[in-house]
Design a protein around this ligand. Structure first.
Ligand SMILES: [Zn+2]
Length: 237
């Protein structure tokens, strides 16, 4: 019985470490997702900056063609025959110049906007750098813990090998069957007439059987092996 209890102490640690270990990849993935979403915000800002640059280029082309048109009209101005034609073309030149000025204003607006955006992008870049540092730090903490867990697990596996040598094969296999099917808890104490595993009532006659230590008694509900922790003064009532 004592060697089973000792084995359970080892297995409890092994199960806890395995369960901690199995949660780690999800934690790393979560950190990655958070960081990626921050980076995607950055990418969105950079895309906006590109859009503005393209708008500016389009407007500059438009401006150049308006100016070119005005110059061309200006050149034709003196070849005109009548005053009416002359006035009409003068108006056209004025219109083209007015259009050009509107486009120029628009270009200035875009420049202003793109300067503001550039400042935001620069700030965001610094922030992302900080975020990346934190992300890598958190990730390396998890990886360090994983390494600790693996080291501890190999120690425990070695201790376990020692611990099972003096346990009867049949009992050991029964224990291991329960261990696997009951989430790593195969042997439990009886506290105040209830099973330490499932809390169900353990009748006094069963407690008496346990106390005889003739064979292994299991809980009728959860099937775990039961023992009385004499050191803690369990009463059979
Ligand atoms: Zn039980």
């Amino acid at each position: 019985m004592d060697s089973l209890i000792k084995l359970q102490e080892i297995d409890t640690q092994i199960y806890a470490l395995h369960s901690e270990k199995s949660a780690k990849p999800a934690q790393i993935k979560e950190l990655e997702n958070i960081f990626e979403s921050k980076k995607s915000h950055m990418a969105e800002l950079e895309k906006q900056a590109l859009d503005l640059a393209k708008q500016k280029k389009d407007k500059e082309l438009e401006l150049a063609s308006k100016e070119e048109a005005a110059v061309k009209l200006q050149g034709q101005l003196y070849s005109l025959k009548t005053n009416k034609e002359y006035q009409t073309m003068l108006q056209q030149i004025q219109d083209a110049k007015a259009d050009a000025s509107v486009i120029e204003d628009k270009i200035l607006e875009i420049l202003e906007e793109s300067d503001k955006l550039k400042a935001v992008v620069e700030q965001e870049k610094l922030k992302i750098k900080e975020e990346e540092k934190l992300f890598l730090l958190d990730k390396s903490k998890i990886e360090t813990r994983l390494k600790e867990i693996d080291d501890r697990l190999s120690q425990l596996e070695a201790t376990r090998k020692q611990a099972v040598v003096d346990i009867e094969a049949k009992i050991l296999s029964q224990y291991e069957r329960i261990l696997t099917s009951r989430d790593g808890l195969a042997i439990v104490t009886v506290n105040d007439n209830s099973c330490g595993g499932c809390n169900m009532f353990v009748p006094p006659q069963v407690i008496n059987l346990i106390k005889m230590y003739e064979r292994i008694i299991t809980c009728e509900t959860c099937n775990r092996m039961l023992y009385i922790d004499e050191a803690n003064g369990q009463e059979s009532s």
